[in-house]
Design a protein around this ligand. Structure first.
Ligand SMILES: NC(=O)c1ccc[n+]([C@@H]2O[C@H](COP(=O)([O-])OP(=O)(O)OC[C@H]3O[C@@H](n4cnc5c(N)ncnc54)[C@H](OP(=O)(O)O)[C@@H]3O)[C@@H](O)[C@H]2O)c1
Length: 329
């Protein structure tokens, strides 16, 4: 088969469409004939050599795909050869075929075409595992999405609205704030111009955010703790602003706040924090939101998979809203 490989760590130009061995379905796995993959910011880091795959995972880039099941490994039940699926991957999505644990497969949600479904598993599993499973966001609470027009943010705004939360979102330019509003955000704040905690408190009668989903990390830590409401939960998933920060524990303690940092990719398949449990939760709670139109896939563009370098360059250049899909043909 063909896949995108990385000639050496570097810029988008190191990505090459080359011939590699076909994957084989191990016990509990299926092989999927890939119809499309999608770009995640983590893919750029892996290409640059900063984000190696977890032990045992394919070293081919790609955290999600859609396609048709081509082969079933030993012990797989509930799926048939030919089924149309999308899948959460630990790697291997930028390829014509990928092997994946059957527990990480999802059906294609009603009303979504097979190519578009490629951009759903990573955002849906990340958002659900954070704001539902870890953050326990509930109706009437205030949710702040730091980075509202990211692939993650465009999905999180809609899921939080569907859960009945009041939603605030940050972005870096007026037209991007407008897109957050169109997606359902009640409060939008420019992260360049504004004091985000002060603006959020003004808009929420001094309350702040019960749950924050953050893609910035260290640089945003102090502001996020200021923005937390009493009993607030700060969930950090991105480190675009660095990995090491200082926490004013007194401030956090007085709010009875919590800070959690979660990664999806390195989780085991099974167990209470495993990917299988997350995929099952997404299928039960998020797929119905997509089926009835409360949550829509937000697609910025489609770039053919062999041209993945162009898609990486586009995401690096900024201005992308939602996902870039990588259809095979
Ligand atoms: N831990 C996990 O399991 C996990 C899983 C998936 C994703 N992630 C992380 O989540 C983040 C989003 O992923 P993605 O693939 O959706 O990325 P993406 O589409 O490339 O989005 C990156 C976003 O970061 C925003 N941003 C940059 N600086 C910011 C700041 N100071 N304040 C607020 N927002 C800021 C950008 O906003 P503007 O464009 O408006 O500047 C942009 O929307 C990445 O950091 C990724 O690594 C983590």
């Amino acid at each position: 088969m063909h896949a995108i490989t990385v000639r050496e760590p570097g810029g988008p130009e190191v990505l090459e469409w080359t011939e590699v061995p076909d994957p084989v379905a191990g016990p509990g796995e299926v092989v999927v004939d890939v119809v499309a993959s999608a770009v995640n910011r983590a893919d750029l880091l892996q290409r640059q050599g900063y984000y190696p795959p977890p032990p045992g995972a394919s070293d081919i880039i790609g955290l999600e795909c859609s396609g048709r099941i081509a082969a079933l490994g030993e012990g797989v039940e509930g799926w048939q050869v030919g089924d149309e699926v999308c899948a959460l991957l630990a790697g291997g999505g930028y390829a014509e075929k990928v092997a994946v644990p059957a527990a990480q497969l999802l059906p294609i949600p009603p009303g979504v075409d097979l190519v578009t479904a490629a951009g759903l598993p990573e955002v849906a599993c990340t958002v659900w595992s954070n704001i539902v499973a870890a953050g326990r966001l509930s109706a009437g609470e205030t949710f702040l999405m730091q980075g509202g027009t990211s692939g993650i943010g465009t999905h999180a705004i809609q899921v939080a609205k569907a859960l009945g939360a009041r939603v605030a979102a940050t972005a870096g330019a007026p037209e991007r704030l407008e897109r957050c509003r169109e997606l359902g955000a009640d409060i939008v704040i420019d992260y360049h111009d504004d004091d985000v905690p002060a603006r959020l408190k003004e808009a929420t009668d001094g309350h702040g955010a019960d749950v924050i989903l953050d893609v910035v990390g260290a640089k945003g830590l102090a502001a996020n703790i200021d923005a937390l409401a009493p009993d607030g939960r700060l969930l950090i998933i991105g480190l675009q602003g660095g990995t090491k920060g200082e926490i004013d524990l007194n401030k956090l303690m007085r709010k009875r706040g919590s800070v959690t940092a979660l990664q999806l990719r390195g989780r085991p398949v099974d167990g209470p924090s495993g990917k299988a449990a997350i995929v099952a939760g997404v299928r039960e709670q998020v797929w119905p939101m997509i089926a009835d139109g409360r949550v829509r896939p937000i697609v910025h563009d489609r770039v053919p998979l062999p041209d993945a370098a162009k898609a990486h360059a586009r995401l690096e250049a900024g201005g992308v809203i939602g996902k870039i899909l990588l259809p095979l043909r």
